[in-house]
Design a protein around this ligand. Sequence first.
Ligand code: ADP
Ligand code: MG
Length: 296
Amino acid sequence: MATQLAADARRRIELSGRSFTRPHSTRVITVANQKGGVGKTTTTVNLAAALAQAGLNVLVIDNDPQGNASTALGIEHHGGTPSVYEVLVEDEDLAAVVQQSSRIPRLWCAPATIDLSGAEIELVSLVARENRLRTAVETYLAHREATGMDRLDYVLIDCPPSLGLLTVNAFVAAREVLIPIQCEYYALEGLSQLLKNVELIKNHLNPGLHVSSILLTMYDARTNLAHQVAAEVREHFPAQTLRTTVPRSVRISEAPSYGQTVMTYDPGSSGALAYLAAARELADRGAPARLTPEES
Ligand code: ADP
Ligand code: MG
């Protein structure tokens, strides 16, 4: 307990008031893991909030029919709200569905409604079914530029717990994949399937795609198991795994029921500080310069 408090205090001093590096171009990052409950949504919204609080312009695309990211960001998403469903299935512009956060300036969200649960099936029969989100994001970035809005620094896409067409769209729309891994038994199960899918998308649909970051979540420093899982992940993915681990924290899990991220709900808590540190690491690493032949 005392060590945790001391570490938090150090981190608070280290991180407070610092602004983050602005990337050279918009970084589009898909947060994916086909397992449910590993911290995808929590990671998406808290990293987004931390980046926006540090002065960057951030868009969250809620690409999960459950709409948890929209809830956590306090964004309207009852049935009938213009949402990612209309964008993917009805060719609506992202600009028409994006809402601005009332709590955190510079943070926007394209919400998900329950309608999105039908999209997985409806997409099958549409043309360019894998490219629809990518086209929407590109159009939106161009629209912001044309209308003199601030350039987005980050687009974070929250995925459903499956590898279906919604996740495929997110992989095609992004350059980077961030994988949250829960520090528990079975953590690595399914990871090879996920990496295989990223590889398939890279080979067939999106040559620039790569796993840029892995974040260890729900880390309980008191258990040997958490240490073991973390050590194993770092051994396999030394370059990708962020140094910061996110602790298991009641404040993190409480925040969504107040329509908030932990970054505003309890900014001094160890969970918020961990997400702030992770966001800083992500920003400091910048977009890894890996151009595909067509782009260079
Ligand atoms: P996913 O989006 O992968 O399904 P979530 O982000 O929704 O996972 O997290 C699953 C559950 O675990 C949620 O109830 C969330 O509030 C909780 N949770 C996530 N991260 C933490 C954490 N670091 N400490 C405590 N609870 C957490
Ligand atoms: Mg989720």
